[in-house]
Design a protein around this ligand. Structure first.
Ligand SMILES: *[C@@H]1O[C@H](CO)[C@@H](O)[C@H](O)[C@H]1NC(C)=O
Ligand SMILES: *[C@@H]1O[C@H](CO)[C@@H](O)[C@H](O)[C@H]1NC(C)=O
Ligand SMILES: *[C@@H]1O[C@H](CO)[C@@H](O)[C@H](O)[C@H]1NC(C)=O
Ligand SMILES: *[C@@H]1O[C@H](CO)[C@@H](O)[C@H](O)[C@H]1NC(C)=O
Length: 333
């Protein structure tokens, strides 16, 4: 028993002595990935954030990236919060095994998204966010069929939302909020085939009405707030749907709330403030387990329903309407 143990110790010791001298020859890093990463580092002007990207060392050990356990190919690149100036290097398209790519919180990252990104056919997760990218929303991203998460928010993108973004079949979330997008919401967004993504289009300058085709879609989370949308939004309410969060606040939407039936089982947050919504608040609202509710600054009338969670919301949830009454506002007369 004891000799076994000693032997084991000796073996372990020897391995740890020999391994470093071997490692130069046993880099996990694929030479093509190494070359591409060196190009990326140079294109970004050798930023301090990439100081661990040292020549002739194993790239799979560098910061800001990860290699796949089996293939040893670079499958994740995350450039986050650093002093980086310049554009997204087009060499990014030469990391063919990438499934996750992130550039985030980089104030001085400017320009457009390189077309070469369409070469990354395994890409599932793409986040280019809190950067200063500009120009049109890159429509060519719809050539990445495996995307399940697409976030381009907090940028300076302009122009219209590409209708072809409805062709993703695995998308769990689409975030285009906080840009300078104009035009209307594509009709095609009422026809997502496959999964229905959480949709975030808030803080843009979108105009026109919400497509009628949205009646087909059961969005779990949808945020269209702070745009210039007009007309009806009642198609977003599906009594048997699974919508949890619905925010259409700060638009110019105009519809009769009395006719709406809420998704009772799922809805937890409903923000309708600052629109031109009329009619009254349906009594059915008290059966909904709402955590957040706001209908202020609309044109609503009639008695505020009581019961359920309704007691949670104070005056500010109802203020500035045409003639709402009852607690927490003045008594109805
Ligand atoms: C961005 O660029 C400006 C001007 O060149 C510089 O002063 C600033 O430090 C940079 N910020 C970051 C986070 O790199
Ligand atoms: C974009 O750049 C402007 C001016 O350089 C800066 O004030 C702003 O914070 C940047 N935006 C982001 C999201 O980093
Ligand atoms: C909602 O579901 C109930 C029971 O499952 C059904 O009776 C009702 O017709 C459905 N309502 C709508 C609008 O689909
Ligand atoms: C409702 O929205 C208004 C306008 O944004 C805001 O002032 C108020 O605090 C909100 N109240 C609640 C309860 O959310």
């Amino acid at each position: 028993m004891e000799t076994h143990f000693t032997l084991l110790l000796v073996t372990l010791l020897l391995t740890s002595i020999i391994t470093p001298s071997l490692s130069a020859g046993t880099h996990r890093c694929h030479p093509n990935d190494y070359k591409t990463l060196m190009e990326i580092k140079q294109a970004l002007n050798n930023p301090y954030l990439l100081a661990s990207w040292v020549p002739k060392t194993d790239c799979c050990g560098w910061y800001c990236l990860q290699c796949d356990e089996k293939t040893n190919r670079v499958n994740e690149l995350t450039i986050y919060r650093g002093e980086i100036s310049g554009q997204i290097p087009s060499a990014i398209g030469d990391l063919p095994y990438l499934d996750s790519l992130e550039f985030r919180k980089l104030t001085n990252l400017t320009g457009s998204v390189p077309l070469s990104i369409t070469k990354l056919k395994s890409l599932r997760f793409l986040r280019l966010s809190w950067t200063n990218l500009s120009g049109p929303v890159p429509e060519f991203l719809s050539q990445l069929p495996n995307l399940d998460f697409l976030e381009l928010n907090y940028n300076q993108f302009t122009g219209q939302i590409p209708p072809s973004f409805s062709t993703f079949t695995k998308l769990g979330a689409l975030r285009l909020d906080r840009n300078k997008l104009t035009g209307s919401i594509p009709e095609s967004f009422g026809h997502f085939i496959g999964s229905v993504p959480d949709l975030y289009l808030s803080h843009n300058q979108l105009t026109g009405s919400i497509p009628k085709s949205f009646a087909n879609m059961d969005f779990t989370r949808i945020d269209l707030s702070r745009n210039k949308l007009v007309g009806d939004a009642s198609m977003l309410f599906k009594p048997n749907g699974s919508t949890e969060i619905l925010d259409i606040s700060r638009n110019m939407l105009e519809f009769d709330l009395s006719k709406v039936k809420f998704p009772e089982k799922s809805l937890i947050s409903l923000d309708l403030n600052h629109n031109k919504i009329y009619g009254s608040i349906p009594n059915g609202i008290s059966a909904v387990g709402l955590q957040m509710f706001n209908v202020s600054y609309n044109r609503l009338c009639g008695q505020i329903p009581t019961g359920g969670n309704m007691g949670r919301f104070d005056y500010s949830a109802y203020m500035h309407n045409k003639c709402l009454c009852g607690s927490p506002l003045k008594k109805c007369t």
